[in-house]
Design a protein around this ligand. Structure first.
Ligand code: PGA
Length: 248
């Protein structure tokens, strides 16, 4: 029996206004009846209205980042509790775009994940190596260090999803070889097993992200230790996103 239900999560990044809710409604209608879990992490500004509009049968709405504190003097920031209030059920943390542009460290990512879990939400913790690190043969070392330090002690298979996203594969149309993805995912699961025990490791979902499209998804999803995908560009269009869900 498959212990892990696949999750296809879309990451809309800084794209989408109230007009875009029509595209989300198409996904909401089309995705009913699928076995997989489906989420869309949209801009904070449309979470609330999107939640009012969707059917709540299958599609779950999420966010892409939060502050690690619940409230306070943090101008411009939004907490997990506030995103929950708006209707988010799942929040991405540690995306490489935030690690790189906002200098988010593993420790910050860890604190954010704690605040999300304590708000009774799910978190997707992203990790991944740069092209330079890959070329130096450091991929496993880098992603394992990130995972070990970004995943809080309170993480378990219900509140946490891991997303392996090679930075050089994001938005580039390039992906690692299937064998490379397989090796990294195996390594990550064995690390989760070491930290959390075999039972949690067997049930925790590890997604692949980075240029996932309908035409490359099958080989990726066929891998035992890949439990779905975090999808950027291809999640913005209902047909492309549904194409990936169909493959899954
Ligand atoms: P991409 O982005 O699918 O456009 O490569 C993935 C991500 O950034 O999560």
């Amino acid at each position: 029996m498959d212990l892990r239900k696949h999750l296809i999560a879309g990451n809309w990044k800084m794209n989408g206004t109230l007009d875009s809710i029509n595209e989300i409604l198409k996904i909401d209608q089309l995705c009913n009846g699928y076995e997989v879990d489906i989420a869309l992490c949209v801009p904070n500004t449309i979470i609330s209205k999107t939640n009012e509009a969707i059917s709540h049968k299958k599609l779950v709405i999420g966010a892409q980042n939060c502050h690690h504190d619940e409230s306070g003097a943090y101008t411009g920031d939004v907490s997990a509790k506030m995103l929950k209030d708006a209707g988010a059920k799942i929040i991405i943390v540690g995306h490489s775009e935030r690690r790189q542009a906002y200098k988010e460290t593993n420790e910050i990512v860890n604190k954010k994940a704690v605040s999300i879990i304590k708000s009774d939400l799910q978190t997707i913790i992203c990790i991944g190596e740069t092209e330079e690190e890959k070329n130096m043969g450091l991929t496993n070392k880098i992603v394992c260090t990130q995972l070990e330090n970004s995943m809080p002690s309170i993480s378990d298979e219900n509140n946490t999803v891991i997303a392996y996203e090679p930075i050089w594969a994001i938005g580039t149309g390039r992906i690692p070889s299937i064998r490379e993805i397989e090796v990294v995912h195996k390594e990550l699961r064995s690390l989760v097993s070491k930290i959390k025990g075999k039972d949690i490791a067997n049930k925790m979902r590890i997604l692949y992200g980075g240029s996932v499209k309908a035409n490359n998804a099958k080989d990726i999803f066929d891998l035992d230790d890949v439990d779905g995908a975090l999808v950027g560009g291809a999640s913005l269009n209902s047909e492309e996103f549904m194409g990936i869900i169909n493959v899954c």
